[in-house]
Design a protein around this ligand. Structure first.
Ligand SMILES: [Zn+2]
Length: 238
């Protein structure tokens, strides 16, 4: 839990609070019974928070004995740096699988948002779309104005990840030693000229060896060699 918290801006590793809206991905548990108060039959995975189409976070201590919130929790508007409160979302849809659950979806976060390396904690989140084949959930979502998809890839085509480079800065290099492969360098213009000259010399020598007696062939090869050297010297001197 604390690793997830850290990745989503928990503890002291958080960046500045960001106003505005932010797209994030997450998962939910599906409730067996539909709530009667207009809430969706969805709860958070780690805490049993029932979700309405739009949810507002409150900072509240967990049950005793559970990996709890820091001292001072509950006395501030959620979220805040140094706490773990707020509604969690991941920037990358694949990261949402860290908390596997039956329903996957996309939220639009607003209000105060604390940004971590891989996810955020937000004051408010509105469910934009979910992936489900459960008819009860699909009906409840459609009533609430939440888009329903049968396939994750269709949802991601309509709600692709946002480019957060401007907000997060360049992403750090992966820690496992894998680095992006640099494309092979193309030949420089001079290298190309050298290659062409060497090929031309080879052609002259082969032609001389095939068509001339030994001594004139050697002289032709030497002349070709000298010609290439003179040509390269002239190019290099430019
Ligand atoms: Zn808090």
């Amino acid at each position: 839990m604390s690793q997830i918290s850290d990745a989503c801006g928990g503890g002291d590793g958080a960046r500045a609070l960001v106003p505005g809206t932010l797209r994030g991905y997450r998962t939910w548990r599906l409730l067996r019974r539909a709530p009667e108060d207009g809430a969706l039959p969805l709860t958070s995975v780690t805490r049993g928070v029932r979700w309405a189409p739009t949810l507002t976070a409150e900072c509240a201590p967990l049950e005793p004995g559970v990996d709890g919130l820091p001292e001072g929790a509950g006395a501030h508007r959620a979220p805040t740096a140094g706490c773990r409160c707020g509604i969690y979302g991941w920037y990358d849809p694949h990261d949402a699988d860290i908390l596997r659950a039956r329903v996957f979806g996309v939220v639009q976060a607003s209000g105060l948002v604390v940004m971590g390396e891989r996810g955020f904690r937000a004051e408010r989140a509105t469910i934009a779309a979910v992936v489900t084949r459960n008819r009860r959930l699909a009906r409840a979502c459609e009533r609430a104005g939440v888009a329903v998809y049968r396939r994750k890839r269709d949802l991601l085509a309509d709600f692709p990840p946002e480019d957060l480079t401007a907000l997060l800065g360049p992403r750090p290099a992966p820690a496992d030693g894998h680095h992006p492969v640099t494309p092979p360098q193309r030949l420089s213009a001079f290298d190309g000229v050298v290659l062409a000259a060497m090929l031309a010399r080879l052609a002259v020598i082969v032609l001389a060896v095939v068509t001339l007696p030994p001594l004139p062939a050697v002289m032709a090869a030497a002349a070709a060699h000298a010609g290439v050297l003179a040509f390269l010297a002239a190019r290099a001197a430019r």
